[in-house]
Design a protein around this ligand. Structure first.
Ligand code: G1P
Ligand code: ZN
Length: 542
């Protein structure tokens, strides 16, 4: 029986950079998740009888909300749901499943790299039929609906057994529990030369993959250890846990420090990588060398033709605005277009659908291609392995060759987490107010060339997104970008992105902190970070 449940709107359900993210205790309030899911359904049309994909990263509360979503999908008239066994689907696997089954869309339950557990974070995002995150027009409609919603639809049915493959029914809707890994692993085999990678591993190349007790454990074990023959134990922290073992499943040098230490040790493996809570991010570390995500995007673009899927070349490359401009140099060298989009994967979807770009990336450890409509951590790992197998060189040699050819974009992001919202807003407002007067002025020896608040016009549909971060560009190509995070769940997080370009004939082996020192000083002078946030140091440098 379909039930109509009366509810009262919540005023804090605005989707951020990647869906709605809140503390579990916020999501656990009566009707909270239901209101949001109903608002998603109320913002869509013509889905009666169609298929919805449902899965999540396995974090605390995942199974509860999956049961809620199944009942609500049935009550709202979906014809079928595809659910990853155990409620598990990595974000890229969910994107693939939507595309493979021509589903209407999908609900992905994840707070990505944020910690999990009863006192930590949860999230829900809606992906459209192309497999990608809902564009702003839809997330705006969802938010508008959350403000007026007064009822949701559900059913009074028992929980579905999420751990047994096969079909059941909730009302008239079919519920199919599916293996979360196989289709995705099969897709990877179509993109890359698994034979060449297997041969490289068989001849002694050693890998280490840190799944951070998050969703990629089963995927990496199947692909790296079972299909590619890497030694058992290659995948560490491979069992997904609801609280990620108490850690942040964020693949950066702070939270994946064990992997970093392993890769810097005398007996280090040849290639190290990690992924995040929901499997869409990647961290790449060679023996003795960390590859910044921005450099990784540029390197993958420059070498992608070595993998079967990209042998014909790339249509174009897209990067989010704060991502370093290293990929632009590759695009120029290849004679293909480069696109600069706002932060968040949702802005790449239209470019990929239109065939304008093949590879996309963000400085926040996200890289992907047109094989799905999400960033994809294991995909990046496999493309790297394919490149290593063909080139027969170490990660360090490949990186140094790249800099020697294209120059080096020294890069770092400084995060000031959980700062008072008022201070962060004031900092941004003060910067915004000075934008027109900055060009031509000199700060810490750097002359401002241009300064603006980034706005983006999508070339495929003309939609405009404003206030996407403040850019200050200096003579000579250096840059500072200031923006506030749209994924945090406590206070505000200020992100300061620092970039300095060094041409190929310049000094390519500075320590990053030294190379960026004048920019770090300029960021403080321009924005008054300490005065506005009370912080003298960033919490995280990536
Ligand atoms: C962060 C990253 C952004 C990424 C998003 C989702 O968003 O900066 O690149 O797309 O997470 O993974 P932010 O917190 O900066 O809004
Ligand atoms: Zn993620």
């Amino acid at each position: 029986m379909i039930q109509t449940v009366e509810t009262i709107a919540f005023d804090d359900q605005k989707p951020g950079t990647s869906g709605l993210r809140k503390k579990v205790r916020v999501f656990a309030q009566p009707h909270y998740a239901q209101n949001f899911i109903q608002s998603v359904f109320d913002s869509l049309s013509d889905f009666a009888g169609k298929t919805l994909v449902i899965g999540g990263d396995g974090r605390y509360f995942n199974r509860d909300v999956i049961q809620v979503a199944i009942r609500m999908a049935a009550a709202n008239g979906f014809g079928a749901v595809l659910v990853g066994r155990g409620g598990i689907l990595s974000t890229p696997a969910a994107s693939h499943m939507i595309r493979l089954h021509h589903a209407y869309g999908g609900l992905i339950l994840s707070a990505s790299h944020n910690p999990g557990g009863p006192d930590e974070d949860f999230g829900i995002k809606y992906n459209i039929g192309n497999g990608g995150p809902a564009p702003e027009a839809i997330t705006d409609a969802i938010f508008a609906r959350t403000k007026t919603i007064d009822r949701y639809l559900t059913m009074d049915t028992p929980d579905v057994d999420l751990d047994r493959d096969g079909d059941t029914r909730v009302g008239t809707m079919r519920v199919r529990i599916v293996d979360p890994v196989t289709d995705y692993a099969d897709l990877m085999e179509t993109l890359f030369d698994f034979g060449a990678i297997r041969a490289m591993i068989a001849s002694g190349t050693r890998l280490s993959f840190d799944a951070m007790h998050a969703v990629t454990g089963p995927y990496a074990t199947e692909i790296l250890e079972c299909r590619l023959g890497a030694a058992p134990g290659t995948v560490v922290n491979g069992t997904p846990l609801p609280d990620f073992g108490g850690h942040h499943p964020d693949p950066n040098l702070v939270h994946a420090h064990e992997l970093h230490a392993r890769m810097m040790a005398p007996d280090a493996p040849d290639f190290g990588a990690a992924s995040d809570g929901d499997g869409d991010r990647n961290l790449i570390i060679g023996r003795d060398i960390f590859v910044t995500p921005s450099d990784s995007l540029a390197l993958l673009a420059a070498n992608a033709h070595l993998a079967p899927a990209y042998a014909k070349g790339l249509a174009g490359i897209a990067r989010s605005m704060p991502t370093s401009q290293a990929a632009d140099r590759v695009a120029a060298a290849l004679g293909i277009p480069a696109y600069e989009t706002p932060t968040g994967w949702k802005f790449f979807g239209t470019l990929l659908d239109a065939g304008l770009v093949t590879l996309c990336g963000e400085e926040s450890a996200g890289t992907g291609s047109d094989h799905v409509r999400e960033k994809d951590g294991l995909w990046a790992v496999l493309l790297w392995l394919n490149i290593l197998a063909v080139r027969g060189q170490s990660v360090a040699d490949i990186v140094h060759d790249h800099w020697a050819r294209h120059g080096r974009n020294y890069y770092a992001r400084h995060d000031y987490e959980g700062v008072p919202t008022a201070g962060a807003d004031a900092l941004m407002a003060a910067l915004r107010a000075r934008l027109v007067t900055l060009p031509g002025t000199t700060v810490e020896g750097l002359t401002v060339a241009t300064a603006d608040d980034f706005a983006y016009t999508d070339p495929t549909d003309g939609s405009v997104s404003r206030n996407q971060g403040i850019r200050i560009l200096f003579d000579g190509g250096s840059r500072i970008v200031f923006r506030l995070s749209g994924t945090g769940t406590e206070g505000a997080t200020l992100r300061v992105y620092l970039e300095r370009y060094e041409p190929a004939d310049g000094t390519l082996d500075h320590a990053v902190a030294d190379a960026l020192a004048p920019l770090i000083a300029a960021a403080e002078a321009l924005a008054g970070i300490t005065a506005h946030t009370g912080r003298t140091e960033p919490d995280v440098i990536t």
